[in-house]
Design a protein around this ligand. Sequence first.
Ligand code: ATP
Ligand code: MG
Length: 394
Amino acid sequence: MYKTLLIKYGEIAIKGKNRHLFEDALVRQIRHALKSCDGEFTVYKEQGRIFIDCGDGYDYEEAVAALQHVFGIVGICPVMQAEDQGIDVLAADAVRFLGVSYQLEHQTFKVVTRRANKRYPMESMEISAYLGEKILEAYPQLSVDVHDPEILLHVELRESGKIFLYSKVIPGPGGMPVGTNGKAMLLLSGGIDSPVAGYMICKRGVKLDATYFHAPPYTSERAKQKVIDLAKKLTPYAGPINLHVVNFTDIQLYIYEKCPHDELTIIMRRYMMRIAEHFAKETKSLALVTGESIGQVASQTMQSLAATNAVCTMPVYRPLIGFDKQEIIDVSEKIDTYETSILPYEDCCTIFVAKHPVTKPNLHIIEASEKKLSEKIDELVRTAIETTETIWVE
Ligand code: ATP
Ligand code: MG
């Protein structure tokens, strides 16, 4: 029934001179999202709007689900195409369209006509009034409300002679098209938080790369696979992700050997940031992203975050900073990463964690402890970088 989908976009419509860049990015993301769906799709811009013509045999539910992952889309309107065979055929189509689209009870409605086809023999107001009358005849339980109708039926007489009918707006994910705001490096662990942090940054139009630190044999292949799976869960929103898998074992063992154990987590975190930043620079990311939130664990107190932050020269974005755990879980369920995140595989931080980690680290003390690591740590970092495995996740 729906041969065309009309895409509504919000925020990007107000970007002035750059508007076409945003629209082009949105068109690209839509095409990319539909690649994995059955059927042929033609995506095009027309008069400040984006349309998708759907070829025969496409799966409506599948296409809509794919589009609901494309940031920048505010709404998806399924469109019925009618032929121009006179106003009474159009009225019959409108009646049928409403009947199929809604469970009609006592709703209020309004018809809005847009007439780009100036050859059409009636004015738009006249057309709306006539269709409204015929709809009331067919569904006498309805009533007209021109100010605040529950059902708004759009009728578009297009220049091409085609007629589009649409009404329902299926919500999209909002945000901005990925790729319109540069790229960031996500520190992706196997937990609940970091995939959500990635999703949120990506929602603002930022493309993602990711870095994962594993510690074989202390962490298993399954733990690594879990992170790959999480990255994959993000790709319908983010597009392909270049995942850097860093072997962190020797660095962790060495820190464990040389540094006070209550400072382990902070010092490890600082090395993670340093290495992630190396890859971020190398791959032209503009920022680091973590799933940290104030006070969640010892390594996320204000003092700990400051100590971790001190080694970074790039901005570090922490989109979950003010979120409670439950709020983070709610998003992870929505984006379908939760079930994967809670699989019980060991994490490299939990293995080397101290019983009583410092919660208020003093930066001078941490720096003094790191001095004990001497040049050997630089060599270990170099080796970790050189042996990093890069996985293209799509
Ligand atoms: P998450 O649920 O994201 O694992 P968490 O609550 O377990 O977070 P931490 O373990 O303190 O918190 O990690 C804080 C942040 O540091 C993570 O959100 C992630 O961005 C980064 N991080 C932690 N461990 C790793 C790792 N092994 N690889 C990559 N990044 C990590
Ligand atoms: Mg974690």
